[in-house]
Design a protein around this ligand. Sequence first.
Ligand code: FES
Length: 113
Amino acid sequence: MDGWVLLCETDAARAGPHRVVVDGEGLVAWLAADGSPRVFADRCPHRDARLSAGYVEDGHLVCPFHLWAFDESGHYVGPDGVPDPQCAVPCFPARTQDGAIWVRIAPAPATSG
Ligand code: FES
């Protein structure tokens, strides 16, 4: 799987949001309602708390500090259920193979100047 990085065993994310550090970047792996893996930056956009300290509820990853919730695509959806299209957590392509979660870390976007 060219470009894919082994992140963790799937069972680790099945137990709840699971923090892994890859190349100095904190990531959180969790499982969506259909059991497919999700990998987000482990940083709440509200106040930079670790989302891995949170929990999964109704297919959303919930930050434990002020209960902001994010859907399976990383978009803010709460805590009041009102989405904000301007607010999202960076998410990375993820897949499972042989009982493990793999992630593709996208290169940083090019900057000009
Ligand atoms: S730090 Fe996550 S909701 Fe406030």
